[in-house]
Ligand binder design. Structure first.
Ligand SMILES: [Zn+2]
Length: 81
């Protein structure tokens, strides 16, 4: 059986080569987890990196991408690396 969490794609800015986002996929190729390293933050409210998770149970067609907050307020989940 394929490990659901071992498929990760890293996305880089094509011009600067900067790491923008890491995205994890499940065994069916669905996005399940994002780690954002950089994105538009015009209100200056984000801490980078931070994680989002895809809630496929809420909407299987276009699931919301929710902000992850750990039990101690951490912004990234160390189970993903
Ligand atoms: Zn984000």
């Amino acid at each position: 059986m394929k490990d659901a969490l071992n498929s990760r794609t890293d996305y880089y800015d094509e011009v600067t080569g900067e790491l923008l986002q890491q995205r994890w996929y499940d065994a069916e190729g669905k996005a399940i987890w994002d780690r954002d390293w950089k994105h538009n933050d015009s209100n200056n409210t984000h801490t980078f990196p931070h994680d989002h998770y895809w809630d496929w149970e809420k909407n299987s067609g276009h699931p919301p991408r929710l902000e992850y907050v750990g039990p101690n307020g951490e912004k990234i989940n160390m189970n993903y690396c």
